[in-house]
Design a protein around this ligand. Structure first.
Ligand code: SAM
Length: 842
């Protein structure tokens, strides 16, 4: 700044004394005109070269510079004007003299300006320059105020204005200048300060830049070193996360350079660049050596996920305290909820119920047609006189089974064998007991749900309604109980005549104590159809001293979705009641009835059926599924008695055993035969007029002995006796008497003298002996044994089974002597063993 001022002053100063020198500024100004159009580059170069090269001052901006030049020239003029005053006049001059000198200098300055203006106008107009006096006298035209910076510009723009016009302009400029003066004091300091700030800022920036460039290399190195330390941290931090390499990664150096702070953008001249290039090369960067990572000791997995879990066949326990107390080991050996693989092994070993989603195992859509007029009851209900006539078998002696926890109450349990359900009164076992079917069924049905209930009604295509399983059932597992109204025979006959006379389906089954279950109002079991190859069986059990009937799964079990069926195995007694079987089994008997032994009967019926089915008449009369088809519709002749009631009596071991004993005593040919008659028979024997049923025992080779009883209203005691006394028929033949046989029996019965039944003192009106049941059985068994031992009696037995009665040794066995099946013998032996096991001497 100071330099420029001095230079400008030296430039402007020579123009002041004479006119010739006055052209110099003009020339200068004219030379400066091209330089007024500064480009940004020039402006930049000006900034950068301010301090460095004085020659670049020639490139200063023209307009601003001209202003500065004028201002500097004025200052120089003032200084020149003041300087002589200061120098020439003594310091002791009075103030008046000083004021005069100031006025003089002012005038001289104005005159000077005026003279300059005159000279300019004269030069432009080509007129002669006025002399000094003229100029001096023309004071009136000299403006009083100093010429503003802007006042010179019109001069440049208008090279030859008239004087008057110029004067007017000067006045305008004067007025404008006043305004400028008002603004100038405010703007000047600002601009000055701004300029100084700019300059100082530029200088500081340049200095900083140069300093930065000088130290760039060293600073860079430091930063790299610093960066290297950061890298160390980074490396050490990442050392635990990924595999380490002793050599630093090659990508680190550019990464470091990239991470270095970018230098601030600045204007750098070539000189700076040259300086930068001339700088000493930066010291070699220290090689970054990452610290050797400290490897953490690897924790190798020495054991698997299932460590501490040991396979166990026992079901998982939920109580840890119990397990820890058992095992006495730490947490590693805990056995709470074994892991899946062990559970899987246990599952493979023990198995479990497989339960399919209902929409899979029950493909039939919901809303199956439900049977009409079905009043449901899940308990046996005594109706009418049944409740009063029913006697609780309080005197029934119940023995405790000998089963232990290891065996449970399996098939060898004596309670099970006798169809007695175990409970706390006859079994010492608790949950381990396997002979509590009805208890299990109670809990299952109480839980509810289709799976637990396990059965549902379906509509079959040709047999009316049926029942199918909603789940799988294990062999011999209880499925559903057969319940209904317990009615007496009298009530049953009344209903048959009055209520069910038009029914095609009956739901009557012999129950116990000569009473009938009418399942018209009953459980779902009443809809179970018959099959000659069934998957279930109906059994009667004694539960807490009371008989109950239930449907059990067969020996093959039941799969989900299968229709449940059991063998009705009943004798229709009358051909009118024979119905066509539509079970579809390979070994279908063709009719609903007992398994016929007389081969002549069934083909005949089947032939007749086939024959009738071929005729249009019978095709027209073919009834729908589940309807009652009378035999008269199949046969041409109709000599059938009136409609008979069909009653199904379940087979029980007791009845089977009683049959064995009865036949053993019958073989003796004594009148004591009636002692071994069953309870129902005894009842009928007590009242010959009411005796209408024929017992058709069916002994199966299976361990469980069953018997089917078919009641008939027109059977007499004579018929029964005739059947029992028939010498030509074996017992097995007695099971299935044909129609011809029945006629023969009836004829024989007519010829014989019926023996009135003696009222036994130990029998009640139902004919069932009171007293310990096993004791009675024992007596009967021993009596049968004794009778069989007698040769005379054995001879009597030979009437029925001559071949086997020839051998005395074989005659010791009443069963063999009578040609009974092996299962009957087993049953009899079992009874004897059971009684002996109970340590009750005969
Ligand atoms: C106890 S009910 C069974 C339920 C009966 N299907 C229903 O719709 O109510 C017995 C009757 O069903 C019919 N039935 C049962 N099993 C049969 C079979 N295998 N073939 C033809 N009809 C059968 C017979 O009409 C029989 O009288």
């Amino acid at each position: 700044m100071s330099r420029r001022t001095s230079r400008l002053s030296t430039t402007a100063t020579p123009a002041l004394p004479d006119v010739s020198s006055h052209e110099t500024p003009e020339d200068t100004m004219s030379l400066d005109v091209p330089e007024q159009l500064l480009t940004p580059e020039n402006s930049r170069s000006e900034t950068s070269s301010n301090n460095e090269n004085a020659s670049t001052d020639e490139k200063l901006a023209g307009r601003r510079r001209s202003t500065r030049v004028v201002r500097a020239s004025l200052q120089a003029t003032e200084s020149l004007a003041n300087t002589p005053v200061k120098n020439d006049e003594p310091k002791t001059a009075s103030s008046q003299a000083y004021v005069d000198s100031l006025a003089k200098s002012k005038r001289s300055r104005s005159s000077l300006r005026h003279s300059i203006a005159v000279m300019e106008s004269s030069l432009r107009n080509g007129t002669a320059l006025p002399d000094a006096d003229t100029l001096a006298n023309d004071q009136s035209m000299v403006p009083e105020t100093p010429i503003s910076n802007s006042s010179q510009e019109p001069v440049l723009d208008e090279p030859n204005p008239p004087l008057q016009q110029r004067t007017l302009r000067q006045r305008v400029e004067k007025a404008r200048g006043k305004d400028d003066e008002k603004e100038t004091p405010k703007a000047t300091p600002k601009s000055a300060s701004r300029g100084s700030m700019r300059r100082s800022t530029r200088l500081s920036l340049v200095e900083k830049a140069s300093d930065f460039l000088e130290r760039s290399s060293s600073v860079l190195g430091k930063r790299q070193r610093g960066q290297g330390s950061d890298n160390k941290k980074e490396v050490s931090r990442r050392a635990s996360l990924r595999p380490r390499t002793l050599a630093p990664p090659k990508e680190e150096t550019p990464a470091v350079a990239a991470e270095a702070p970018q230098p601030k953008k600045r204007r750098v001249s070539e000189s700076d660049l040259s300086k930068l290039q001339k700088k000493e090369p930066s010291p070699p960067q220290e090689e970054i050596k990452p610290a050797t990572p400290k490897y953490k000791p690897k924790r190798w997995v020495t054991h698997g996920l299932y460590t501490g879990q040991e396979p166990s066949d026992s079901p998982p326990k939920q109580r840890q305290s119990k397990n820890s107390a058992k095992t006495g080991t730490g947490p590693l050996n805990r056995r709470i909820l074994p892991m899946p693989m062990f559970a899987g092994s246990r599952l493979v070993k023990n198995g479990r119920d497989y339960r399919l989603p209902f929409d899979i195992f029950s493909p039939l859509p919901p809303g199956q047609p439900k049977p009409d007029e079905w009043r449901k009851t899940n308990k046996n209900v005594f109706v009418g006189d049944a409740a009063s006539e029913w006697r609780a078998n309080k005197n029934l002696e119940l023995s405790t089974c000998m089963c232990d926890e290891d065996t449970g109450c399996d098939e060898n349990c004596q309670n099970r064998y006798m169809f007695y359900e175990c409970d706390s009164g006859n079994c010492r076992l608790g949950p381990e007991c396997g002979n509590r079917n009805f208890s299990e069924l109670k809990h299952r049905t109480k839980a509810g749900g289709k799976y637990n209930i396990g059965v549902e009604v379906i509509k079959t295509s040709d047999r009316g309604y049926g029942v199918r399983s909603n789940r799988s059932f294990e062999p011999n597992q209880i499925i559903v109980e057969y319940t209904g109204e317990i009615i007496t025979q009298f009530e049953c006959e009344r209903r048959m005549r009055a209520v069910y006379k038009n029914n095609e389906c009956y739901y009557l089954m012999y129950f116990d104590q000569n009473m009938i279950i009418d399942a018209t109002r009953g459980s779902i079991a009443r809809f179970v159809n018959h099959s000659c190859e069934p998957n279930c069986r109906m059994e009667k059990w004694t539960v807490a001293g009371k008989p109950r009937m239930a449907l059990f799964a067969g020996d093959r079990g039941v799969m989900t979705g299968q229709e449940l069926s059991y063998d009705y195995n009943f004798d229709p007694y009358s051909n009118k009641n024979v119905q066509e079987c539509r079970c579809g089994a390979d070994n279908c008997r063709g009719i609903l009835g007992p398994r016929p032994k007389d081969k002549d009967q069934r083909p005949k019926v089947v032939d007749e059926k086939t024959k009738n089915a071929a005729t249009p008449k019978n095709a027209k009369n073919a009834k729908t599924a589940g309807t009652k088809r009378k035999l008269s519709e199949m046969t041409e002749t109709s000599s059938a008695p009136p409609k008979k009631r069909k009653l199904l009596k379940p087979k029980s071991i007791k009845s089977g055993i009683k049959k064995v004993i009865k036949k053993a005593t019958t073989a003796r040919g004594k009148a004591t035969t009636k002692k071994s008659v069953t309870a129902s028979k005894a009842t009928k024997s007590a009242s010959p007029a009411k005796k209408k049923s024929v017992k058709l025992p069916t002994v199966k080779p299976a361990s469980r002995v069953k018997a089917t009883v078919k009641t008939s209203q027109k059977k007499t005691e004579k018929t029964e006796k005739a059947i029992l006394k028939s010498p030509a028929k074996s017992i097995s033949q007695l099971k299935r008497p044909s129609a011809a046989t029945k006629k023969k029996i009836l004829a024989l019965a007519d010829g014989s003298t019926p023996q009135p039944a003696k009222a036994k003192p130990k029998k009640d009106k139902t004919g069932i002996k009171r007293g310990p049941y096993k004791k009675t059985l024992l007596k009967r068994a021993l009596a049968a044994q004794n009778s069989a031992k007698s040769p005379a009696k054995a001879n009597t037995a030979t009437v029925k089974s001559p071949a086997k009665a020839k051998s005395p040794a074989k005659a010791k066995s009443p069963a063999k002597a009578k040609g009974l099946g092996s299962s009957v013998k087993k049953a009899a032996k079992k009874v004897i063993r059971t009684v002996k096991g109970a340590k009750r001497p005969a």
